[in-house]
Design a protein around this ligand. Structure first.
Ligand SMILES: CC(C)(COP(=O)(O)OP(=O)(O)OC[C@H]1O[C@@H](n2cnc3c(N)ncnc32)[C@H](O)[C@@H]1OP(=O)(O)O)[C@@H](O)C(=O)NCCC(=O)NCCS
Length: 144
């Protein structure tokens, strides 16, 4: 698997992430709010971003994006694996996500379809669940 380095983003670096999310039509209006951590992923250079949201052992996996020129080479898979390891290191036990575009990608990485009404309260209360992602988005979860 491609080796990626994962580096936390400083708040001053959120502009690049916001732009990448905008180009991928993913939500970016809440990046500076509390309880969010975002990371950049580098191979020889920047290839993508991803983030975690929430507190405690159940958190949202969000803002997963591989820059357009680098897609289709296994980097998305490597990015999610690196972010899952980061989550394990933080003591996170289960990741949750909403997606309108990439459910098959996440299913192939071990995420399984879940019922939105059964999401843990903190996850269900997130802005992604309550307002940013349409009700038609797929909800998937994975125990780490
Ligand atoms: C989804 C995304 C992160 C995948 O990154 P990537 O580097 O192209 O993915 P990989 O090359 O690691 O692909 C791994 C596998 O998933 C498949 N795949 C990739 N993107 C997919 C998608 N959107 N839907 C279904 N399958 C997908 C690939 O075909 C590949 O399958 P294979 O192992 O059978 O060949 C990337 O396409 C992206 O940034 N998309 C825009 C943002 C987005 O939709 N993010 C997810 C929403 S939270």
């Amino acid at each position: 698997m491609t080796k990626l380095t994962i580096t936390p983003l400083e708040s001053s670096e959120l502009g690049g992430l916001a732009q990448a999310l905008d180009m991928a039509a993913l939500p970016n209006s809440d990046l500076a709010e509390p309880d969010r951590m975002f990371f950049r992923f580098d191979a020889d250079s920047l290839v993508g971003y991803g983030g975690l949201e929430g507190q405690g052992t159940d958190r949202l996996l969000r803002s997963i994006v591989i820059l357009r020129d680098y897609r289709g080479h296994g980097l998305g898979r490597a990015l999610v694996a690196a972010l899952e390891q980061q989550a394990r290191d933080l003591g996170i036990g289960r990741l949750h996500l909403l997606t309108t575009t990439a459910a098959p990608f996440f299913r192939a990485l071990g995420y399984t379809d879940a019922v939105r009404d059964a999401a843990p309260p903190a996850v269900a209360a997130s802005r992604e669940f309550t307002s940013l992602c349409p009700a038609s988005a797929s909800y998937l979860a994975k125990a780490l």
